[in-house]
Write a protein that binds this ligand. Sequence first.
Ligand SMILES: Nc1ncnc2c1ncn2[C@@H]1O[C@H](COP(=O)(O)OP(=O)(O)OP(=O)(O)O)[C@@H](O)[C@H]1O
Ligand SMILES: [Mg+2]
Length: 233
Amino acid sequence: MLKVEGLHAYYGRAHILADVAFEVSSGEVVVLLGRNGAGKSTTMKSIMGLVAPASGRIAFRGTEIAGKQPFEIARLGLGYVPEDRRVFTELTVEENLEVGKRPANPDAPEWTTEKLFALFPNLARMRDRPGSQMSGGEQQMLTIARTLMGNPSLVLLDEPSEGLAPVIVEQMAKTILDLKQQGLTVLLSEQNLHFARTVADRALIIEKGRIRFAGTMAELMANEGVRAQYLSL
Ligand SMILES: Nc1ncnc2c1ncn2[C@@H]1O[C@H](COP(=O)(O)OP(=O)(O)OP(=O)(O)O)[C@@H](O)[C@H]1O
Ligand SMILES: [Mg+2]
């Protein structure tokens, strides 16, 4: 579904991503793990066209997307939830969802506000509440739900568990597994290995802008050396 090859990206003269390559297949949940500053968000921004790749290829369902504009990439069926989630604070939960609405996508689950309220019962209970009166965790759920309203076939979630209380992290994991059940493909970035292992099929480790490990979650859990070297334990 997604194939990244030889991706290089810069901020000014700083070489941030070096020869990044990986694939995500349809129906998979893949986690991109790495410490602060490793290049997780830059990888996601490069895929979404928010950072212009200096070189490399990014194919989404067979279409070359490197060099396209973010709105064009989103239209092809890529959803993105950035790490600095933003809800429209003046709009209610339901109105926030309506803003995210886009035409159905033939190869992706089709979402309505009612289906999303079934998936996010806590949002259903506050559908008329303005965004300004929601907790950080609730806003995080709402930005994911709003992205789903665009009917993406692949969603990029940048550190979905970050800053959430343990009980909300558990809900988030359940939500991601529900989405996988519905046929959605997910690429998420994380520092929280415990969370990652409850949701992901496969793991990639990025360090200093290079992919250092790619394997199944079971392979990563069996490889203490790699975890000790590249992840905060
Ligand atoms: N807009 C920017 N301008 C210049 N350098 C940047 C910019 N954004 C990020 N960087 C640098 O690029 C590198 C990769 O950052 P990135 O945000 O991709 O890391 P990350 O893995 O997402 O980290 P975190 O876990 O803290 O979110 C870091 O060294 C960071 O300081
Ligand atoms: Mg980041």
